[in-house]
Design a binder for this molecule. Structure first.
Ligand code: FHN
Length: 442
């Protein structure tokens, strides 16, 4: 009997271990990961019926409103000025290579034509235009990849039970069929992966609602392995990412960090994450202080801060997913448009030093950061001085030139590395870039 139990335990352990490491990405998926990592800049879009309340995407929870009070907003959601082509052309002008839009946020409203709920743009709002379809077509025309944010958490549905730690005042019943909720999500994911062309990534958010759950409990509660398998079975190339703020789970293809660069935890979301050394990385950040629309939040980051953050992300091997919160009428706030255009102008000139680069082998210095490609190190100087030390040794420096005009930059090789005598930088220079070419690849 003991032997029998032991063998059952052993086979359970083996099947657990196999399951834990069972996912093998396809070639197509690996290619998509590579292209994603090379793209370095994406636009995050938090948009939904909550934009009408002008208080961010958590408005239902923070006001608080019950779901019954909140849900009627949808009947007034008519973004009369929404023009997917204008959006896509702005994103292209900004130099972004992909967008990640909220297909459904925690309030549960689906911004697409979903046959498995009436709480969507076709049935609950008078707009009756499939926003995601229009965006998928417009982005395809501009060569911009399309990713979908998808909330695991739902503040409205009765089958979201057991309840989690948020949305407690939404009036959901103390009972509900969790399996029905899982089936609903998988049916929606199937729609998203079937009706909108190739999807770059499903960007999950919200499993953290079930606080206190162990990794295994999270995996079991949300049936992540099965869900990820479903996604990969419909579109093997589609990446799965999950903003669970934990080390990656088997079946995930990228790792994101919220409001922090990989390895940092200034915002408190990444304390338990460990930076993956094999998956592409992404940092998401707001342009002002909110993800969803808040008209009174004019505290936008400067163009300088945003560009430097993009470069810093690249120097950490990460993309920047920069958020905008469109207005309820479908337009993008002027402050955001201006900044996107300026970033585009900068990327137009300097994109070579960011796109398809890796984090430089020289870690962040007091003067700035580095990115690299083959035998080239791009030195990004944020704090100008007459001379800087680039602590890199053991590779012969062939040339050093200013990236903007190709003029030679005098250098000396010393035992600690390379000393560059920097040319003067014009007032307001955001990033003085020096290109160093070495004999051997870095
Ligand atoms: O609760 C969400 C929040 O509304 C927003 O979508 C951000 C974006 O990273 N993620 C969650 C908080 O971790």
């Amino acid at each position: 009997m003991k032997k029998f139990i032991a063998s059952i335990l052993l086979s359970l352990a083996i099947s657990g271990a196999l399951r834990a490491q069972g996912y093998v990405p396809t070639e197509e998926n690996l290619q998509n990961r590579k292209e994603f990592a090379e793209s370095r800049f994406g636009i995050f879009i938090h948009w939904g019926v909550y934009s009408m309340l002008g208080d961010g995407e958590w408005a239902m929870n923070t006001k608080p409103l019950t779901y019954d009070e909140y849900k009627h907003l949808a009947a007034g959601f008519y973004p009369s000025k929404f023009n997917a082509e204008e959006w896509a052309s702005l994103f292209k002008e900004a130099g972004a290579k992909y967008i990640t839009i909220t297909s459904r946020h925690h309030d549960g409203f689906s911004m697409f034509d979903s046959k498995v709920t009436d709480y969507d743009i076709m049935d609950a709002s008078p707009f009756k235009r499939d926003i995601l379809k229009e965006l998928s077509q417009a982005c395809a025309k501009e060569g911009i990849k399309l990713n979908f944010y998808y909330s695991h958490l739902d503040w409205g549905r009765n089958d979201y039970f057991p309840l989690g730690t948020t949305g407690k005042n939404s009036g959901r019943p103390e009972g509900g069929d969790w399996n029905s909720y899982l089936n609903f999500m998988n049916a929606q994911l199937t729609e998203l992966l079937t009706n909108y062309g190739p999807i770059g990534c499903i960007w999950f958010d919200g499993v953290w609602d079930k606080k206190g759950n162990s990794r295994e409990e999270l995996e079991n509660t949300w049936k992540l392995v099965e869900q990820y398998k479903l996604i990969h079975s419909i579109q093997p190339g589609c990446m799965v990412g999950n903003n669970h703020h934990l080390p990656v789970f088997d079946g995930e293809d990228m790792q994101m960090f919220e409001k922090d660069l990989p390895g940092k935890n200034t915002s408190g979301f990444s304390g338990d994450s460990q930076v993956s050394d094999s998956l592409p990385l992404e940092t998401c950040e707001t342009m002002n202080h909110n993800w969803g629309y808040k008209p009174t939040d004019h505290d936008y980051k400067s163009v300088e801060t945003l560009i430097r953050y993009l470069v810093r992300a690249a120097s950490n091997n990460a993309n920047l997913l920069l958020n905008i919160g469109p207005r309820p009428d479908g337009t993008i706030p002027d402050e955001a448009v201006e900044r996107l255009r300026e970033m585009g102008k900068w990327l137009d000139k300097n994109g070579e030093t960011v796109y398809a680069t890796k984090g430089g082998c020289v870690p962040e210095q007091a003067w700035g950061v580095t990115t690299q490609k083959d035998n080239t190190l791009y030195v990004h100087v944020f704090e100008h001085s007459d001379a800087i030390l680039v602590p890199i040794k053991g590779n012969k420096l062939v040339s050093a030139v200013a990236f903007d005009n190709g003029e030679k930059v005098p250098f000396t090789q010393v035992s600690e590395g390379i000393v560059l005598s920097l040319p003067a930088a014009a007032e307001g220079t955001i990033d003085q870039i020096i290109t160093l070419r070495f004999k051997n690849n870095l």
